[in-house]
Design a protein around this ligand. Structure first.
Ligand code: PHE
Ligand code: ZN
Length: 848
């Protein structure tokens, strides 16, 4: 069936559904190509609303429909059905047939490695049965599953379990997007948790046989999350059982279905031998994220999909607080900012820019973006900074009390803050409605012991925000004396005007300002501060974020000078960094972050920002030269640094050990430049954990000395899907720019390149997209290869295809030749007949 012409949906057109649903009963007869779904839904008309009876339904074969027991013949089209219904309450029954085994889009009910599972957010439930598939329609579900599988799961609490049939009941009203069903030959890693009021909860992590050894860490993360949410937000779990299932074929990271979270196996399975420290951190964060959704998302959900940030921004914010508490807050913050700049700022700078709460869309799946998630979380961080931690906690208590069981809007969310604090958040709300990254300029003045900081803010007009207005920007600022001593501790300066000054009295000498500490707002700080100034902050700032930022700025400026005028690497930067590296009072993880350079995409963004055309090859070379300069400049330091950061105890993925490994592995790369690959080979040969093994392999590949290691890695890990994803990805990531497309192309010929599996597809093409100089190689081979495969994937899996299209979002900033090459590929994809709605929307926005 063809998609109908794409339609744009607008926030302003929101209308409530005309009926309430008292209960939903679903009955599944599982069969790979002909699953039967019977539904029994009790509708009750609302007194006032529009009573048009439309149920969503896509790719369903309608077998029968009845109202109050009598057969009816609804009018069916590709989007759903309409039917004449009684004036009063009635029971709707339908039977449909679906084909999960052919569902390669992985939305609705589908099969993965022999198991059945579902993915309903955002609009996948309509591929399971006819239903008002919108988040403001909430109801209580009872689900019966018939199938010859040892494990049959759905939401809520188990009612009965027998051979080949199980019944589940979820007492909490929920929207259809939180529905889930899983059936298969799975094994459980079981545990339990007792909530603070004494409810005993059974916890299970269901995996494929063979993966039992990769469950312990995820389970511990779940228990930590449950405890944390009780301690910090006062939120208790609300069912007798909490199940997590690992699935190999999944479009995203994970999904917060009520009581039955479904996870991409890469986001939950972990063991020291097969997972890196980064993998462990990601698993912990995603487990927490999905668990936290139980309150922020499930108990309180979204009225419509324009409000997506209501649950996602808040839940990302909560999981970042959790990670900061579990690990190092400074390291977490720096990592988040690196990610925000790389993904969200890039989005804001290009054709995909949209507000945190968009006002229109064609395909909602295209709006699970860095702006909604990460900027959405930043907005909450600002709110907390502005009102203070105490008022934030009170507002959240009010939010849970007032809106439990409801489908809410951003207006509801802001109102609890207004009611708690008495503040007018009208201006603050612009953070939700205006697209783009505000730019801040700061100037300072010193006059008879009065120090003045003057800020200006500017937001570039855009299609969605043609007439931008000033926003409320919390700028956390401290002042340092020239001796390096802090003379004014961090305070929040509230910038509300287009231009505004703040004065500091009683100082005896002109201070050095440290502004936007902790990255207190998602803005671009444009002040061109003097080189010495950054070097001073790198040496003295008490704010760990800004200290890192100062080093980052020096690195960036040096790279820019190298690119623009062939300058040599800045010795001031290298000297400052050497001091930081040898300062053993600093956390090794923090030092590793200091040593890392701004990404090549970030450098391209910085050039584009000031109206210059980035040259990907020049950026690549500058990076290489700078890394060589680091190796030479730190030559004396490196062997000791490497030795001091070898972990002697048994592997644990905690913050302390992973920090040491990240520093040692960054150093390993530099050592290899100085001394050749022997040390890396030795680490590869003796590693007892994936972090060490993979880091060594990366260094060897970089040094063109990885052929044997690559081969032995493959032999060792052939049967481990998640490790093989790393094997595929690493080769692309570590290839020289001119070889990237060829390497990726060759990997697609590998017998284990199962391109229909999103993780495997992303291993190769996500790595290609992330390789700045490789994707943008001057011959256009990167663009062409990616386009070939997006065309191939689109009919199979539109969601993953559309998400990968974002790789092209920056194409207009390059030179005319590259633009022409890229345009050819974009047009070639757009010309494909029957291109999915997801992909067409993305490419039309990108192509412009
Ligand atoms: N709601 C999921 C999360 O953020 C993400 C998701 C969206 C997963 C859509 C699948 C489909 O936790
Ligand atoms: Zn989420």
């Amino acid at each position: 069936m063809r998609d109908a012409a794409p339609q744009t949906v607008y926030l302003k057109d929101y209308k409530p559904f005309g009926y309430d649903i008292d209960s939903v009963q679903l009955d599944f007869d599982l069969s790979p190509h002909a699953t039967r779904v019977k539904s029994r839904i009790a509708f009750r008309p609302k007194p006032t609303s529009d009573r048009r009876f439309f149920l969503h339904g896509e790719q369903l074969k309608l077998i029968a429909a009845r109202i109050d027991g009598a057969p009816v013949t609804p009018q069916v089209n590709a989007q759903g059905l309409m039917c004449d219904v009684p004036d009063g309450p009635f029971i709707w029954e339908a039977e449909v047939e679906i084909d999960p085994a052919n569902n390669t889009a992985l939305e609705g009910l589908y099969m993965s490695g022999g198991m059945y599972c579902t993915q309903c957010e955002a609009e996948g439930f309509r591929k399971i049965t006819y239903y008002p598939d919108r988040p403001d329609v909430m109801s209580v579900f009872t689900v019966r599953i018939n199938g010859p599988h040892p494990v049959l799961l759905s939401n809520g609490n188990p009612v009965s379990q027998a051979d080949g049939v199980a019944e589940w009941h979820d007492p909490w009203p929920k929207p259809a997007y939180l529905f889930a069903l899983v059936a298969g030959d799975l094994v459980a890693h079981a545990d339990e948790f007792t909530t603070k009021s004494g409810r005993k909860v059974d916890l299970n992590l269901y995996v494929r046989p063979g993966d039992e050894g990769k469950c312990a860490f995820g389970m511990q993360a779940l228990k930590d999350s449950m405890k944390w949410d009780e301690a910090v937000y006062g939120r208790e779990y609300d069912l007798d059982i909490f199940n997590i299932v690992a699935v190999d074929d999944f479009n995203m990271g994970a999904m917060e279905n009520k009581g039955l979270n479904v996870f991409n196996s890469s986001a939950v399975l972990a063991s020291p031998e097969t997972s890196t420290d980064m993998n462990f951190q990601r698993v912990e964060a995603i487990i927490a994220h999905e668990y936290f959704h139980n309150w922020t998302g499930n108990r309180i959900t979204c009225r419509d999909w324009f409000q997506l940030c209501l649950k996602e921004g808040l839940t990302v914010y909560r999981d970042s607080q959790f990670t900061s508490d579990m690990r190092s807050a400074a390291v977490k913050r720096i990592g988040d900012v690196i990610d925000l700049r790389a993904r969200q700022f890039a989005e804001d700078q290009g054709p995909l820019s949209h507000p945190v709460r968009p006002e229109s869309f064609q395909e909602i799946n295209n709006f699970y973006t860095a702006t909604v998630y990460e900027k959405g979380s930043e907005v909450i961080g600002m709110l907390r900074r502005l009102v203070g931690a105490q008022a934030y906690a009170e507002a959240l208590d009010l939010y849970f009390e007032r809106h439990d069981g409801q489908a809410c809007t951003i207006e509801d969310w802001l109102k609890v803050f207004e009611d708690t604090t008495g503040r007018d958040l009208g201006q603050f709300k612009r953070w939700y409605s205006q697209a783009g990254t505000p730019r801040i300029k700061v100037e300072d003045n010193w006059n008879s012991n009065t120090y003045t900081l003057t800020f200006t803010q500017h937001l570039k007009p855009s299609a969605t925000t043609p007439d931008p207005k000033p926003q409320v920007i919390p700028i956390v600022t401290g002042l340092l004396a020239p001796s390096g001593q802090e003379v004014v501790a961090s305070r929040v300066l509230e910038l509300t005007e287009a231009q505004q000054s703040f004065t500091f009295e009683g100082l005896t000498e002109r201070p050095v300002p440290s502004v936007l500490r902790g990255f207190s707002a998602p803005v671009i700080l444009e002040n061109k501060r003097a080189q010495e100034h950054a070097a001073f902050l790198l040496a003295h700032d008490t704010d760990p974020f800004n200290r890192w930022e100062a080093g980052r700025e020096l690195a960036r400026d040096s790279l820019l000078a190298m690119i623009r005028s062939g300058a040599a690497p800045d010795l001031g930067y290298l000297d400052g960094l050497a001091k930081v590296l040898s300062d053993t009072t600093l956390d090794p993880a923090y030092r590793a972050l200091m040593l890392a350079l701004p990404g090549q995409t970030d450098i391209a963004t910085a050039l584009h920002d000031v109206g210059e055309t980035p040259d990907p090859d020049a950026i690549w070379s500058a990076h290489e030269t700078m890394i060589e300069a680091q190796a030479t400049h730190f030559a004396e330091l490196l062997p000791a640094l490497f030795a001091q950061n070898q972990v002697r105890e048994a592997y644990r993925p905690n913050a302390a050990q992973s920090g040491q490994r990240s520093l040692a592995n960054a150093v390993l790369r530099l050592l290899c430049l100085n001394d050749g690959p022997d040390r890396a080979q030795a680490q590869f040969d003796t590693a007892d954990n994936m972090t060490q093994q993979l880091a060594a392999l990366a260094v060897l590949l970089r040094a063109n000395a990885g052929k044997d290691a690559l081969q032995s890695f493959e032999t060792q890990w052939k049967s481990d899907r998640l490790v093989m994803d790393k094997w595929f990805g690493l080769q692309v990531m570590q290839a020289a720019p001119a070889d990237v497309a060829e390497t990726a192309q060759a990997l697609t010929q590998h017998p284990d390149f199962n391109w229909k599996n999103p993780n495997r597809f992303r291993a190769v093409f996500g790595s290609l997209a992330a390789h700045h100089a490789g994707l943008n190689s001057a011959d256009g081979a990167g663009y062409k290869l990616l386009a070939d495969w997006l065309i191939k994937l689109d009919p199979v899996n539109p969601q993953t295809t559309a998400r990968m299209c974002a790789a092209f979002q920056t194409w207009r900033r390059y030179d005319a030749e590259r633009q022409a090459l890229c345009a050819t590929q974009l047009d070639r994809i757009l010309a494909v007949p029957d291109l999915s709605r997801d992909t067409s929307e993305m490419l039309e926005r990108i192509r412009g």
